[in-house]
Design a protein around this ligand. Structure first.
Ligand code: AFP
Length: 341
């Protein structure tokens, strides 16, 4: 018997244990982040369970149809949002919340106020639910400046001020990927234990990838650098092989694959959407933070994505993120365009 392997297999690193270990690196910490994280994890477990049942929706009456009691059931994205907002508020550790589902930011009442601001998309890619494609929750966490005087400015900070970010992917398995600014770790939900277990320690994105990921249906409206980059992916002139195209249309799933296999994910600006589609606070920033922490890059077409300073909570930005060398190539195409303009 291989005792070392056996010991490792039975020594389960849960996400809470991992957060407590990380906490040990900050002697001043009082465990607030670990408590906040456990409430986010609770939200993710709820959504994972609801998404698993979504295929039964027509049978048992979930998502927008009337159930046996004659009550109108809530859509999964609305339900997920309610669960996350309630979990975050009741943690007693949050102050300002920004959700994709709420037009306005939520300011937590004084008695329950804590020092963190959380920007999140409770169920990103929700148009994919009905066909069983992977979807996810995305979150980015900031520290409040003055707890007694919370303002929108507390969430309109550059991404470089984020203290943690992550996503949970509801797919063939449920995986939570997290960074607290000290690398990236992936945890997989063991349904029999109801616990997220560390399965992907210290994720590093390959320096260069063989995959590009973009909605090519928008190609007629792209700018020249994006069009040129994709052309080079398909018809490389330097003797390398053409890249493969993979596009799910669900950011969490596309970014998760990019993180693990390498390559580049693009949601560029185009003539119809000059700011792209994806939202800065709860799509662009958290994913850019994770990419950088894993050794990759994230670029908007003009600057390092994390250095953007948003002025509105639901603001959008173009984004190119992934393997270091692939994003570097994209950056040089934009640089040569602006030098010839
Ligand atoms: P939905 O939540 O409407 O499905 O949008 C998903 C998303 O915000 C993001 O997860 C995808 O990367 C992106 O939109 C896909 O957009 P396109 O359908 O325009 O390619």
């Amino acid at each position: 018997m291989d005792h070392a392997a056996e010991a490792q297999r039975t020594d389960l690193m849960t996400i809470t244990r991992h957060a407590l270990n990380e906490q040990g690196r900050h002697p001043e910490s009082r465990g607030d982040f670990t408590i906040l994280l456990s409430h986010i994890v609770l939200g993710c477990k709820f959504v994972a369970s609801a998404v698993n049942k979504a295929g039964l929706a027509k049978l048992i009456g979930l998502a927008g149809v009337t159930n046996v009691q004659g009550e109108e059931q809530k859509k999964l994205d609305v339900l997920s949002n309610e669960v996350f907002v309630k979990a975050l508020v009741s943690s007693g550790r949050t102050c300002v919340l920004v959700s994709e589902e709420n037009e306005e930011a939520i300011f937590v009442d004084a008695p329950l106020r804590g020092k963190y601001c959380v920007c999140f998309d409770p169920l990103d890619g929700s148009s994919n639910i009905d066909c069983g494609v992977s979807i996810g929750t995305i979150f980015g966490i900031y520290m409040i400046k003055e707890k007694d005087n919370a303002t929108l400015e507390d969430v309109l900070q550059p991404g470089t001020d984020m203290i943690a970010a992550g996503y949970c992917m509801y797919g063939s398995s449920c995986t939570l990927v997290l960074s607290t600014g000290n690398g990236v770790n992936g945890f997989t939900l063991d349904p029999s234990l109801g616990e997220f277990i560390l399965t992907h320690p210290n994720i590093k994105i390959p320096k260069k990838g063989k995959i590009y990921s973009v909605n090519e249906g928008n190609a007629q409206n792209w700018d020249a650098p994006t069009a040129k980059f994709v052309e080079k992916c398909k018809f490389p002139q330097d003797g390398t092989s053409a890249k493969s195209l993979r596009y799910i249309g669900s950011m969490v799933a596309d970014v998760h694959r990019t993180l693990l296999y390498g390559g580049i994910f693009l949601y560029p600006a185009d003539k119809k959407s000059p700011n792209g589609k994806l939202r800065i606070l709860y799509e662009v920033f958290p994913m850019s933070f994770l990419m950088e922490q894993a050794g990759g890059q994230a670029f908007t077409g003009k600057q390092r994505a994390l250095e953007l300073v948003p002025t509105e909570i639901h603001q959008r930005s173009p984004i190119f993120l992934g393997s270091y060398d692939d994003v570097e190539e994209m950056k040089s195409l934009y640089a040569s365009e602006s030098s010839t303009a």
